[in-house]
Design a binder for this molecule. Sequence first.
Ligand SMILES: NC(=O)c1ccc[n+]([C@@H]2O[C@H](COP(=O)([O-])OP(=O)(O)OC[C@H]3O[C@@H](n4cnc5c(N)ncnc54)[C@H](O)[C@@H]3O)[C@@H](O)[C@H]2O)c1
Length: 480
Amino acid sequence: MPHLLSTSSTLKSCFSRPFTQSTSQQHTTDYPRCFTFKTSGYKCNGLVLQQDPSSHRSSVPASREAPATNPRSGSSQAAAADGLPKAQKVMVIGGDGYCGWATALHLSNKGYEVAIVDSLVRRLFDHQLGLDSLTPIASIHNRIRRWKSLTGKTIELYVGDICDFEFLEEAFRSFQPDAAVHFGEQRSAPYSMIDRSRAIFTQHNNVIGTLNVLFAIKEFQQDCHLVKLGTMGEYGTPNIDIEEGYITITHNGRTDTLPYPKQASSFYHLSKVHDSHNIAFTCKAWGIRATDLNQGVVYGVRTEETEMHEELQNRLDYDAVFGTALNRFCVQAAVGHPLTVYGKGGQTRGYLDIRDTVQCVELAIANPGRPGEFRVFNQFTEQFSVNELASLVTNAGKKVGLDVKTTSVPNPRVEAEEHYYNAKHTKLIELGLQPHLLSDSLLDSLLNFAVKYKDRVDTKQIMPSVSWKSIGSKPKTLTS
Ligand SMILES: NC(=O)c1ccc[n+]([C@@H]2O[C@H](COP(=O)([O-])OP(=O)(O)OC[C@H]3O[C@@H](n4cnc5c(N)ncnc54)[C@H](O)[C@@H]3O)[C@@H](O)[C@H]2O)c1
């Protein structure tokens, strides 16, 4: 079954004000396989929803709704009384995505003023590839309205592409963030390995988007702390311990502390390496303060805030393109599909609960580095091999009455299947991270969650359909 749309179309974004033709040259961002989202060429790019037209501040219409029915916590002053150093304005770029949505809600709940910036392209990928979240998710507008009605808190919304600098400039000038948390990237390694157009899209979207954020900070908000989501995958699997960002090396009698070597293993992971280099350089050159959170594989779906209402529910990807290991295994177990272990299954990585993702980001924001400092934190709590995960899910499955089988699938990736892996992850713990470790009870609840939504699973999306070796220059249509 073809999963990609084959007709050409132009997506028109909605504008909150009349179009005004800009004198600047029109740029377009090419979305792979036939979608072209014209992002520039008008003074107002993307969708910036107005809260108070006279002040040019932007927010969602939810801010005009009736007062909160059940405010859980008060204004930014109340947050300060709760012990936060100071209420801050945090821009969450990619705030409609898996990690970003949970983080935006968490920070809002903690008393930060939050604005989400998102192009909604992640939802477009699903439409293009015929995929869907296991969990039904509300539109970003309904999510934010629901949050407002439950808590009284406003989350501002800027819909647009951060590769479009005019849009980003408007968002920065209008919101004036103290911290920008940058989740807004194409984050699937398999997606980046489908074909040339996806490889190029991924690197363009991620590298140019991050460069634009760096320029926006330099030009409009120099004290803004950039908290950027990197990935543990940047390091690869070296045969020595992985340090947190830097390694001290003695070579020919001289010693220096240098960035830890990077060995990325997909065009996606390479985009994150390029980002890290650009951020490190601009910290040195322009005095930007930045924290690169090299995140491990995230699992889980619930956080304190997302479980407050169905409309706040987070997405959960189980397909072979966007799904991540443990989430996928739980859904496979729920629908009676054998767990798909790639190759020998000795691939070992760092993992963390989504409740720890939001905690780590908050810790990074609350403890910013100095101007010019490029901090690197390894953001995960435990490491597992794929075989270990399969056996944990099999045992947890038994307890909830599931007969879980495992199958070995030819590895579509190019990666070591048995290797040494020992990555440091102490800096966030030192800042106060209290990890939610992967316990049986957590697995049970994730499994029960997967069982609850198992009728929504399209089992054709489970087996891998993207091969690292067979990537080619021709646009590829994925087949089941
Ligand atoms: N999910 C994981 O297990 C994991 C692991 C390690 C690192 N990370 C990193 O964390 C970040 C978030 O991951 P996620 O799982 O939430 O991804 P996601 O795809 O669910 O969310 C990313 C969001 O960014 C938006 N976006 C993408 N490009 C954009 C652009 N140019 N302009 C504006 N918005 C844009 C998307 O629409 C989406 O809502 C990514 O940078 C990813 O590399 C994630």
